[in-house]
Design a protein around this ligand. Sequence first.
Ligand code: PMP
Length: 409
Amino acid sequence: APSFDVERVRADFPILGEMINGQPLVYLDNAATTQKPNAVIDAIANYYRHDNANVHRGVHTLSDRATRHFEDAREKTAGFLNSPSSRQIIWTRGTTEAVNLVAHSWGADNLKAGDRILVSWLEHHSDIVPWQLAAARVGAEVVPIPVTEEAEIDMDAFDALLDERVKLVAVNHVSNAIGTINPIENICARAHAAGALVLVDGAQAVGHWDVDVQALGCDFYCFSAHKLFAPTGMGVLWGREALLEAMTPFLGGGEMIETVSFAGTTFNGLPFKFEAGTPNIAGAVGLGAAIDYLSLIDRDAAAGHEDALLTATLEAASEIPGVRRIGAPKRSAGIFSFVMDGCHPSDVGMLLDEQGIAVRTGHHCAQPLMSRFELPGTVRASFSMYNTLDDVDRLIAGLKKAQSLFGPR
Ligand code: PMP
């Protein structure tokens, strides 16, 4: 097995030293947002201390410096995704805005009454609602792709849905509620054979491994920097260049134009055509720093470490009576989503918090998926590379305590 020095990684994340309710923090809410290493915190502080100015405008030195940092981050992000060009990296506020951009701009030019968009039952609301809005504008239809009892996409049902009405398929790379890793290459091949495009919501994938958009074969890929050890309010839309070139702008304003007149306005080239207004410069700097930081880490070994934590958790939890895992995907990325007999998910979450353990409870912005499993919500423990077997032990002890208070007797 590859070696992974978790203590060395932990030392880079100052927040992991916090005491919560008298106990050392056990942070198992990484699917909601990841913590930030010193490299990212320092890069943002240094940017504001030494380089802050507006980008792409000034003739002065600071503006040049800010622009260089901002555009360097775009190059790094292109490398991180294996994008053919940095022109295909569009900055957004996050996954949500990236999906909305495509649903709005691509949808406006390419969807008509009777067309279909397929979205899986595993999707986060941010990969459902933008499509519903776009479909409603033109009389198109959003059709869900069924998932199995294991919480995997039902590929036979998917095939059966693929016909000439389908214009786009929107799926997540990793489900935030269950952890399922979806077979994106396979989904893209089938969708393309049927003449449909594929948008991948990669919010939950980037925290676990480096993504190769060319190998995946997708048409659009979206992610949020805050799930990649970088700041909130920052995200990425990657798209095939020809598709982005053909799309009309999403938001209008400064930066995205070439010339403006009341007779008519012409637009800037990629990627700026989609970046109206002063951007989140420090967010880009933070994202670039996170990608640099991760380049020093053996991410395969980190993913192996996360798998080992999940396996240990599943084994230990299976021995606690009344604890039931939701879904059983064959390939899963660091998420244990479960319910406990006799104990509401939010009560489990509160009891764990009293013991210094942070988890998420509720519907995880995936209400259709919860309804598929006839649940109001689950408790979700989600791992990152800096979690330890000690964290697993603390979680299991916390669950046993919750079970002794509330569980079946
Ligand atoms: N999709 C998935 C799978 C997610 O986990 C999340 C974040 N919980 C989102 C989309 C939305 O990301 P953001 O809120 O950062 O835009």
